[in-house]
Design a protein around this ligand. Sequence first.
Ligand code: AMP
Length: 405
Amino acid sequence: MNFDAFNLNEKVLEAISYMGYNEASPIQEQTIPAIMEGHDMIACAQTGTGKTAAYLLPILNKLAVNEPEGLNTLIIVPVRELAKQIDQQIQAFSYFLPINSISIYGGGDGMDWEYEKKSLMGDANIVVGTPGRLISHINLGYVDFSKIEHLVLDEADKMLDMGFFFDIQKIVSFLPKHRQTLMFSATMPPKIRSLAKHIMNKPKEVTIGLSTPAEGITQTVYYVFEHQKSKLLNMIIQDRPNYDSILIFTSTKSKVNSIARAIKAVEKSIDAISSDLEQEARELTLQKFTSRQTRILVATDVLSRGIDIKDINLIINYDAPHEAESYVHRIGRTARASTKGEAITLVGEHDIRKFKAIERLISSTINTAKLPESLGEGPDPLAPIAPFKRSPQKRFNNNRNNLKK
Ligand code: AMP
């Protein structure tokens, strides 16, 4: 479907064409008309589906027609990288419109604070912020939300996972009751429904391809013993000299640096990023990777959600993610917006069961690659899997429940 079909303002259409978007993505096709009609909306869509434009375009379209006075739209997101990225998209889409936007997140200096304060008092028309920072400003009493017409919660499930349920409710309690509320979430756990009930008005619902990786991704799995992993990793990298952007995920912060050190033996252009890094260092590392100055980045799941880095050639999961959903988010960093990409997962002897759950979730069996001969045999994925050992606490709870019966 072409963007012309939405009856958008010509200045918005012009910006869309500058962005190089030709066709609306499925989430855009299904949500834009209802949002333009003014409905509240719960949309279940993963990152990489074009969900940001799905809510930004109708809002900007409205502001193109009725020039906003003061703070008109509040977008709440879980992490600062996402806040900045959305703000960049707003600036691109509103290039021809008289609209000011700002991203507001923790970790800045005093200058940032003053600028944020003025923006929240009405200098900005659109604020994209993380819950904690917004609450800090709200608590000081000067924030003027009286003209807010739109509230967007992006990556709502992630925000609830991070424990922001009450913070979000608190922020919403300061907003005008009459407003349009849009909630975008990769998953729809009951907590999201409960939040929606509190803060939304007869929302329309749209679900788009939950838990299916983009079609352009070639997925491969290696079953490999832990001690074989770093050698295999180096071989995979050496086999792909023409890839200039490789992102490696691991589940634990503690492994990030050791993996980076192991790779340094074959590739010098490598960095590591985790939530342990200070904000400035994190931004610089990310920016060097995005601009292709660094070829390889090792990261924890911090980066797997929402962050839009274009054209990553290869995603390597150094270990199977803890949750099956995370797999889809991690590999969603490649083949964004229908390009091609490759995702390789190294599944250790203890992660086979976890990986089977991922295959069930995405309803497909991922192609198994044979280990290079020099590494020897890996674990057998078809061998019977030993039952999970119960933790003492779980055993205690179970016994207690049995006693109650
Ligand atoms: P998102 O899911 O919002 O993070 O978007 C993922 C990527 O797709 C971003 O780089 C967008 O700029 C891009 N994108 C969104 N909508 C379209 C579209 N209709 N055509 C081409 N690219 C798009």
